[in-house]
Design a protein around this ligand. Sequence first.
Ligand code: B12
Length: 441
Amino acid sequence: MDARLGLIAVSGVRIYNDRLTRVGLTLPGFYERAHTIASMPSLGLLTLAAVTPDGFDIDYVESPSFDAQAIAATDYDIVGISSFTAKCDVMYRIADAYRARGTTVVLGGLHCTLLPEEAAEHADAVVVGEGERQWPRLLEDWRQGRLQKFYRSPGFRDVNLGEVPAPRYDLLDFERYNRIPVQTTRGCPLDCEFCAASKIFGGFKMKPVDRVVRDIREIKKHARHPFIELADDNTFVSKAWSRDLVRAIGAEEVHWFTETDVSVGDDPELMDLLARSGCRQVLIGFESPSRKSLAAIEARDWKARRHDQYRRVIDELQGRGVTVNGCFIVGLDGDTPDIFEEIERFVRSTSLIEVQVTVLTPFPGTALYRRLQSEGRLLRERFWERCTLFDVNYVPRGMTVEELEQGLEHVMTSLYSAAETRRRRLRYVELIRSRRKENAA
Ligand code: B12
């Protein structure tokens, strides 16, 4: 008989800053994005399902909270659980409950890769790093009764994205999701001090374009007009590959969203292709409108050197009909209380249609965490559940904790208000109209 395998994604986030939670619920711009974010499946687990050997009967489940009854109602022989840092304690509670019932528990994902020893206290085995090659090995060991405590991916070259089968999208109930993730690249060549992903896995790699097309076609078997969110850190690093990718996605007639850096604006052909490919939005980590604040975040000063291109790139993309979601981080070491107004001024003086403002977050295991710890600036010893991007966990350099919290609330209230959201949309429509007129002339 097949072994029963439960793949459990611990989803959702709870913000601890009560005032922000209260205002957030009433802000249209913020609420819409939060709603979109709340409903995406875990690509990591669907990928593991695809490399699971025969002989396992797989269930994919999302669990935003600990639910003792739901756990009691299952009959899994083994579970694999994944979570980001903010929900790791929920993951540990779920793990402990399964272990108490005699179910074998395996933990993996970014947080466990950052803190494997911590995860090991709640698991029979922990996978450190990418899972594609370790997971089948682990399951074989489990079947043979020789499960080890740690399975460590030997390095970023171990997994060739061209060899990984399509994620098991068939395990999903497509009615539940408004976006489906597809991965086209893994990692990022930039070296941002706060990054809790790329630097952890180490490196940057691309999936062959025909494999991306295969994944999208897999999704289309279940949804006629899917909205695809690329689960990449930085998609358009290689411009030649990106042009091929965007042409291929365009031929699939889907709508899609991705994240990248400002260098997308270096390539007019790529931007033209994006506009014709169904790409609805590109999220760009501008991080700050202040050159001074950008100065220390990236080891090679890459973002600071690109600062004067921000406005042009926003206009060029949006003028072509690809909206830009501009992301800003507050609380950087170069920030003083003026930064909040500077962000508002920047947003109002560009055609930017969507904005995301979050607070600098020292995720465990990052260079930022180590530096703030050595400078004695962390507010609490263990604050993982507050790694939400909206809670302050450290003493900022150029202002007090209260000033940072109030400034974040102020900037969110002003930029996500109904009037401001409407104004940004209207300005975007005007931009498109004027570009059409220019092109027709
Ligand atoms: C897509 C994405 C999302 C999606 C989908 C999340 C989901 N349910 O999976 C949405 C938009 C919902 C989202 C939300 C958030 N996200 Co997000 N997101 C990403 C992004 C861009 C890609 C993740 C992904 O799908 N990767 C592709 C898969 C294949 O890789 P993977 O998940 O790492 O899985 C591999 C291994 O880790 C391992 N593995 C994973 N799980 C398991 C489990 C077991 C048992 C085993 C054996 C192995 C294993 O095997 C997999 C194959 O190699 C990452 C950036 C990144 N590079 O990870 C940020 C990232 C994960 N997000 C982040 C954050 C902070 C958030 C939010 C808290 C933001 C917010 N305030 O809203 C929320 C948290 C919501 C939640 N609790 O799920 C941070 C997390 C940092 C951290 N240490 O926690 C990241 C790293 C971004 C960053 N650079 O800071 N996110």
